[in-house]
Design a protein around this ligand. Structure first.
Ligand code: BES
Ligand code: ZN
Length: 642
């Protein structure tokens, strides 16, 4: 019996997916396979999952807003190969109090040397053979990079503190001691307490909607994720939260004063889920809720399962930036169901998702809007090629070991070249055939890790099917493994921005700012601003500002495009708007390029950057400060985040 069990566990551990798994939704395996090919080895984790891997995590934690820490226990179910006596976990800055087996018997553990990128390995001696449970008592440090503890003043309501987390790519090891690698999927549960009247939400099924009394003026909230997920997808937020239904299985959480605006912007969410299902198969996660976070959230969005995290900066009043929601929703398939095994293949998450996002936008808002957004994405890709060099090593989709950072690669490559590749394939093989394959890919690999090589093998086996002529047209390996842009690239429809491009040409020929700008779509306004020459005389910027009132743009993407142009031209009249923009939100995509461009302009910009950053740094998430600190603006002040 024992041998049979051990053999079964070994088989699970080693299931290498060389065999085609047919995993229909109803039979989601509790223990997901680990890939055993060299390209699936994650250099940013200490774990050796083929020896011993975590299959489930049970968290029992208390939130301490004064001390800025979570404390409690993580009970891990570990599956080990016969003869393996230890399990290696990832940790970064955790205070480990002790480790026991399920009966409370102490287990030996050691923390290894700290690596700045990976943190430190936490080695725990296993109590026995096969499947076993270890319990780690610990607390996080106040500077845990995944967590941001906001004071009441940093929230919209100004009355209560707030906590938000960001796990991707390798931050969750600062608050959860587990194997923090996208190829090691884990189920999880959590019981977390917070002081009244705060509410807690997490990226799993809510078992106690209103919480339960936990003594000492605290409430406990319980959650469950019974599908194996990559550990970067475990997320938490806590604060003065209110909820409003958007549809039968969709809803929005946010601070009460934000609820009306957020719900109005998100009114199409249920329709997006329906459109996504129609394209690529069932939504397998139960509910799709979103939380609109305080403005310090460092990303536009994060695809935490069952609960997408969103920046409030996407709220424009006219749903013009809800492509963000389509994107995070699409990750429920590309990323959360089928997951890059390592960050060197993050294009498998982000490129597929950017393609899928555009298909959702087309389904909801029509081909015109989708084509404009596609053309903007191609603009981003071209910008990345200019910055990285047309054949620069970082223009590969699958990043070579030397180039790979846990952040993935340049956004214009991973997201936009990735999406352009899939669009190229779609146009060559035909939409119907491509969609059928993509839908079946999500079915075949649901709840499993993926690599570039595995994707290519599957595409060849199930779509190309030995058609030599088709194979020749597709240039698959060139797209995935080579730098640069293959010759068969599908170009966006030039008609998408024909009118805007005429206005740009007219302005460049000495004409004035365009008429009717206020009635243009958001994509058209962005295209106009980003197409202008990067260097413009002050008088020309004055003309634009006088007519288009860009300093007052209510749409944050339009404002961002304008402020970049303003900084490139030392345009003083934009500085108050710039200051306000950088001071009132901490989204890295907006804050980093602006402060960096200022800092690199030694004479005009750097003093402005230093003045603003000294004031704003304390309100940014570690994700945002960890890059900006490298600019040396806060000379003398030591980074507390790494
Ligand atoms: N998963 C990403 C966010 C992310 C990427 C976190 C890499 C950590 C490392 C998310 O889905 C995303 O792509 N967000 C974008 C929005 C999107 C519309 C391009 C963002 O935050 O801007
Ligand atoms: Zn994404």
């Amino acid at each position: 019996m024992l041998r049979a069990l051990t053999a079964a566990f070994a088989a699970l551990l080693l299931a290498s997916c060389q065999t085609e798994p047919a995993a229909p939704a109803a039979e989601t395996p509790q223990v997901a396979p680990i890939l055993d090919t060299p390209d699936a080895v994650d250099p940013y984790s200490y774990a050796k999952p083929l020896d011993a891997r975590v299959a489930n995590v049970d968290l029992d934690l208390a939130l301490d807003f004064d001390a800025k820490r979570v404390s409690g226990t993580a009970a891990l179910d570990v599956i080990a190969r016969p003869g393996i006596r230890e399990v290696i976990l990832d940790s970064k800055g955790l205070d480990i109090g002790g480790v026991t087996d399920s009966e409370g018997k102490p287990l030996k553990w050691t923390l290894g040397a700290v690596d700045p990128a990976k943190g430190a390995p936490l080695n725990v001696a296993l109590p026995g053979d096969g499947k076993q449970r270890i319990i780690i008592r610990y607390n996080s440090k106040p500077d845990a990079a995944a967590l941001q503890w906001l004071t009441p003043e940093q929230t919209a309501g100004k009355k209560y503190p707030y906590l938000l987390s960001q796990g991707q790519p390798t931050l969750n090891r600062t608050w959860i001691p587990t194997q923090d690698s996208p190829g090691i999927r884990q189920t999880w549960t959590a019981k977390v307490t917070a002081p009244e009247p705060l509410k807690i939400v997490m990226s799993g099924e809510r078992l106690t909607p209103d919480g339960e009394p936990a003594g000492d003026g605290r409430r406990a909230f319980r959650f469950r994720m019974d599908k194996p997920v990559a550990p970067y997808l475990i997320a938490i937020a806590a604060g003065d939260l209110a909820f409003r239904e958007l549809g039968p299985r969709t809803g929005v959480w946010t601070e009460p004063v934000m609820l009306d605006r957020a719900a109005a912007e998100l009114a199409d969410t249920e329709k997006m889920v329906e459109a996504a299902e129609k394209l690529y198969g069932p939504y397998r996660w139960g509910r799709y809720d979103v939380i609109v976070l305080p403005p310090s959230f460092p990303y536009g969005g994060m695809e935490n399962p069952t609960l997408t995290f969103l920046t409030p900066t996407f709220i424009a009043g006219d749903k013009s930036l809800v492509g963000l929601v389509a994107h995070e929703l699409a990750h429920s398939w590309s990323g959360n169901l089928v997951t890059n095994a390592t960050w060197a293949d993050s294009w498998l998450n982000e490129g597929f998702t950017s393609y899928f996002e555009n298909r959702i936008m087309e389904a909801l808002y029509g081909a015109g809007r989708a084509k404009q957004e596609e053309a903007l994405s191609v603009d981003e890709m071209e910008k990345a090629f200019r910055e990285e060099g047309q054949n620069g090593p970082n223009t590969r989709l699958h990043l070579a070991k030397e180039e790979a950072s846990p952040e993935g690669g340049a956004g214009g490559i991973v997201y936009d070249k990735g999406a352009t590749f899939l669009r190229t394939v779609e146009r060559i093989v035909g939409r119907e055939r491509f969609d059928a394959w993509l839908r079946s890919y999500f079915d075949r690999y649901a709840f499993q890790p993926m690599t570039s090589a595995k994707f290519l093998a599957d595409f060849r086996k199930n779509l190309v099917k030995g058609d030599a002529e088709l194979e020749k047209k597709l240039l698959l390996d060139q797209w995935v493994y080579e730098p640069g842009l293959p010759a068969n690239v599908a170009r966006p429809d030039p008609a998408a921005f024909a009118e805007v491009d005429k206005s740009v040409a007219a302005f460049n020929a000495g004409g004035g700012a365009p008429n009717g700008f206020g009635d243009w779509t958001t994509a058209e306004r962005i295209r106009f601003i980003t197409s202008l020459p990067r260097k413009l005389p002050t008088a020309r910027l004055d003309e634009l500002e006088a007519k288009l009132r860009l300093n007052e743009a209510g749409n944050n993407e339009v404002l961002f495009a304008w402020l970049q142009l303003a900084v490139a031209n030392r345009y003083d009249p934009a500085v108050p708007a710039l200051d306000k923009f950088i001071s009132t939100q901490g989204r890295r995509k907006f804050v980093r390029p602006l402060i960096t461009a200022l800092a690199e302009d030694q004479q005009w910009g750097r003093p402005i950057a230093a003045r603003i950053y000294a004031r704003t740094r304390g309100s940014y998430h570690a994700v945002t400060t960890s890059d900006l600190d490298k600019l040396g603006l806060n000379s003398g002040a030591k980074s507390t985040n790494l």
